[in-house]
Design a protein around this ligand. Structure first.
Ligand SMILES: Nc1ncnc2c1ncn2[C@@H]1O[C@H](COP(=O)(O)OP(=O)(O)OP(=O)(O)O)[C@@H](O)[C@H]1O
Ligand SMILES: [Mg+2]
Length: 326
C-alpha cells in the first residue's frame, strides 16, 4: 500500500485578480508515494508544485479527486487517524517567514507539537532534542537560535529551522517546498545530505519540490521525478533515466536550458530544443489540446486539439502524442 496517493486530483481556485475566472492549478493528477522513497517534483513557476504539496498536507482540499493516506481517503479518517496523519506528513514551506508564528520564539513554536503529541516529557527534554537537531543542521550554538523570533533570522536560517521542525516529530513523509532556495550554496549540499540521511536512517519519504534540476538530481539520485506543466503531470520516471533521456519535449527543453556550468546535469549530451516561444501560457487561459503545443517544435494538428493522456513509455509515464516519433 502506498504511503500517500493522489487520485485524479484537481484543484481550482478563483482567480485572485480577475473576478469570475478560474485558475486550474492542478488537473487530474495521479501520484503514489511509497514508504521510504524520494520523489522530486519539478516545473516552472506557477505550474502547481506548491498546490500539490499543500494537497498532500491537507492545507488545500482537492476540488475533484482524493488524497489518500495509507490507502484511506483523508476525509474518512477517524479523529485519531487524522491526528496521526497530521504528525506523519510534514511540510517545509517555501515561504519560511509565513510558516512561523512571529510572536513566538523559535523554541516556543517548535516545542509545542513535541509537547502536545507527547513526543517529549517536558520542556527540558524538548530543549535537548531541538538543540541536538539544530547543531546537526549547522545552527550553532543552538541556544542562540532557539531564543530568537522569526524576524531576527535570515531566510536561510528560517529554512533550516523548518527542516528541524519537520524532522523533530519523526514523520513518515516530508514535503519539502524549495527547502534550500534561500540557503547559501555552501550550505545547500549539507542540508540536502541531511535530508538524504534522514531518508536512509529513518526511512522518511520525501517529496522534494523545486525548479532546480541540479538539487533534484542530487537528493533523488535513486528516486523518481515528476515533471509538471500548467497543472498537469507530463512525465514521471526514475530520475536518472529521465534526466539522461527525457521523453517529453518540455522536459527536454528544461534540461537543455540548464547552463553548461552545471556538468552534473548536462554532460553536453542533451541538445538544445528550439522552442517556438519563451512565454508560458497562463493557467487561466490554457491553450486547447496539449498545453505545451504552442511552444513545442514538434507539435502537429492533433496536439492543438486533443490533450494527451499520461501513458507508459520506456519504463516511465509521459503525456505526449508524438513521443515515439521524436
Ligand atoms: N490560494 C490561491 N488562490 C488563487 N490562486 C492560487 C492560489 N494558490 C495558487 N494559485 C495559483 O495557482 C497556480 C499554481 O500555483 P503554485 O503556487 O502551486 O505554483 P508553483 O509551481 O509552486 O510556483 P512557484 O515555482 O513560483 O512557487 C498559479 O497560477 C497561482 O497563481
Ligand atoms: Mg511554489
Amino acid at each position: 500500500m502506498s504511503l500517500m496517493e493522489l487520485k485524479d486530483v484537481s484543484v481550482t481556485f478563483d482567480a485572485e485578480q480577475r473576478k469570475g475566472q478560474k485558475v486550474r492549478a492542478l488537473v487530474g493528477l495521479n501520484l503514489k508515494i511509497e514508504p521510504g522513497e524520494i520523489v522530486a517534483v519539478v516545473g516552472e513557476s506557477g505550474c502547481g508544485k506548491t498546490t500539490l504539496g499543500k494537497v498532500l498536507v491537507d492545507i488545500y482540499q482537492p476540488t475533484e479527486g482524493q488524497a489518500l493516506y495509507n490507502g484511506k481517503d483523508l476525509r474518512s479518517l477517524t479523529k485519531e487517524e487524522y491526528r496521526k496523519y497530521r504528525l506523519g506528513v510534514q511540510m517545509i514551506h517555501q515561504d519560511s517567514y509565513a510558516a512561523l508564528n512571529p510572536n513566538r520564539t523559535i523554541f516556543q513554536s517548535l516545542s509545542l507539537p513535541l509537547l502536545q503529541h507527547k513526543l517529549v516529557k517536558n520542556k527540558d527534554e524538548a530543549w535537548g532534542l531541538l538543540s541536538e537537531l539544530f547543531e546537526e543542521i549547522g545552527l550553532n550554538p543552538a541556544r542562540l537560535f532557539l531564543e530568537k523570533y522569526p524576524h531576527q533570522l535570515s531566510g536561510g536560517q528560517r529554512q533550516r529551522i523548518l527542516l528541524a521542525r519537520a524532522l523533530s516529530v519523526r514523520p513518515s513523509l516530508i514535503v519539502a517546498d524549495e527547502p534550500v532556495s534561500m540557503v547559501d550554496v555552501s550550505l545547500r549540499i549539507s542540508l540536502l545530505d541531511l535530508m538524504a540521511r534522514a531518508n536512509k536512517k529513518y526511512g522518511i519519504s520525501f517529496v522534494y519540490i523545486t525548479h532546480d534540476l541540479g538539487t533534484a538530481r542530487y537528493i533523488a539520485q535513486h528516486g523518481r521525478i515528476a515533471v509538471m506543466y500548467l497543472g498537469r503531470m507530463v512525465e514521471l520516471n526514475q530520475i536518472q533515466a529521465a534526466l539522461d533521456k527525457p521523453a517529453h519535449p518540455y522536459f527536454h527543453a528544461l534540461i537543455a536550458a540548464v547552463p553548461e556550468a552545471d556538468p552534473t546535469l548536462r554532460g553536453g549530451k542533451i541538445a538544445q530544443l528550439p522552442l517556438k516561444s519563451f512565454d508560458m501560457p497562463s493557467v487561466i487561459n490554457a491553450p486547447p489540446g496539449c498545453k505545451f503545443h504552442p511552444r513545442c517544435p514538434y507539435a502537429n494538428e492533433r496536439c492543438g486539439t486533443e490533450e494527451p493522456k499520461l501513458r507508459e513509455f520506456r519504463g516511465g509515464l509521459v503525456a505526449c502524442h508524438l513521443v515515439e516519433t521524436i
